[in-house]
Ligand binder design. Structure first.
Ligand SMILES: [Zn+2]
Length: 389
């Protein structure tokens, strides 16, 4: 049974000055960093790790985190390193909800990410890499907003991987109950713009009292621990990982990965959860009438034990898309014994999850190259004709 006294005595507060977990240099060459602006003048960031001639592939994070979720150094091989070693030109995208960007302090919606951030990011990568199409691997809110972007007409994407969620979103009862309480709207009314998973040893008495109160937010006993950040993550998002899939170092490094979320984005996410499908920030059904725009190779990944976004969410997506556009475009993979973000940051994700991502990239990457090569041939032929004429 959970013991409140034990929790308050042994609470494990993060010290930003002391690294208590094992870290290592990344097995990639240093990146080139590219800042770029969206149509509404928000500055975003891409970090390029050119592992070879395949790609490019953009990795797009969830909300309340940053692209660090793909480059965490507490597991043996992270997704960045995995794809880099496979010869991909990997681009880590930090869009406006990234905790590493000043933009995350402002109010913005998931619509903003879909209709402004993704088009600017794809255009930037195409220009800098000198290609016509990119592939994208996106997780959580990154995957919801990628789907919204494609449904809004985003072009030049040859293949996409949506981790955990795409067009539909179902969660467990406790998360639906919390969604109905509508904390983002209440906090906005109180004048707040953001809330955060982050807390550390410098917290004042009131913050510590708040953290202690989160002990009573129900989570299964085997998912309890002494980390206030971990309790905050569960309170804001629901259970984001199976503790058994995280190594100790990654669990200790959660405060490095998680931080603020803006309340407008959370309000829209809450509304999507209560509607069980994508809607815009006004509550209108502007996205799903355009599912013909998702006619491209896509892989949907769901953790089999994901309580935050139930695996039936992507099951409904693939059935709907196969009916509308043809089954040949889509694949779905359920990963047993995994939850949500542990599909990316889990200690064995490189063995259990990444190969499925690679599979989709390899198939849709070949199509992209073939198309480009065939266009190049056409251009060459046209030049020859001109020169001999
Ligand atoms: Zn924990």
């Amino acid at each position: 049974m959970k013991n409140f006294r034990n929790y308050t005595v042994n609470v494990d507060r993060f010290d930003p000055q002391v690294t208590t977990y094992k870290t290592r240099p990344l097995n990639v060459t240093p990146p080139t960093t590219h800042f770029f602006n969206t149509s509404d003048d928000v500055q975003l960031r891409l970090k390029r790790y050119k592992g070879g001639t395949k790609g490019p592939v953009i990795l797009s994070h969830c909300t309340g985190v940053s692209s660090l979720m793909f480059a965490i150094d507490t597991i043996d091989v992270n997704l960045l390193e995995y794809l880099y070693n496979e010869g991909y030109d990997v681009w880590l995208l930090d869009y406006r909800l990234s905790i590493e960007l000043p933009a995350s302090q402002q109010l913005s919606t998931m619509d903003d990410v879909a209709t402004k951030d993704y088009p600017a990011a794809v255009q930037t990568v195409c220009e800098l890499a000198g290609v016509e199409k990119v592939q994208i691997v996106a997780h959580g809110v990154g995957a919801s907003t990628l789907t919204m972007a494609l449904l809004s007409g985003l072009e030049n994407v040859s293949g996409a991987v949506c981790s955990q969620v795409s067009t539909h979103l179902y969660s467990v009862g406790i998360n639906e109950f919390k969604a109905k309480l509508n904390a983002p709207t209440i906090l906005r009314a109180l004048g707040k713009k953001t809330m955060t998973s982050y807390t550390d040893i410098n917290a004042n008495f009131l913050t510590r009292a708040y953290d202690a109160s989160l002990f009573f937010v129900p989570v299964p006993e085997h998912e309890t621990c002494n980390s206030p950040v971990c309790h905050r993550i569960s309170t804001i998002f629901g259970e984001l990982y199976e503790h058994s899939q995280l190594n100790e170092d990654t669990h200790a490094a959660l405060p490095r990965m998680f931080g603020r979320v803006n309340l407008s984005a959370m309000k829209q996410l809450t509304a999507i959860l209560l509607n069980n499908k994508l809607i815009d920030a006004n509550g209108d059904d502007t996205y799903l009438p355009h599912i013909d725009r998702l006619k491209l190779p896509m892989l949907f990944i769901s953790g089999g034990n994901n309580d935050c976004v139930l695996s039936k969410s992507t099951q409904e997506t693939i059935e709907m898309l196969a009916d509308a556009n043809g089954a040949e475009f889509y694949k779905r993979q359920e990963i047993g014994n995994y939850g949500h973000i542990d599909c990316i940051i889990g200690k064995d994700a490189a063995r259990d999850v990444y190969p499925f991502i690679l599979d989709l990239l390899e198939s849709s990457q070949i199509q992209a190259v073939t198309k480009k090569e065939s266009e190049k041939v056409k251009v060459d032929v046209a030049i020859d004709v001109k020169e001999t004429a």
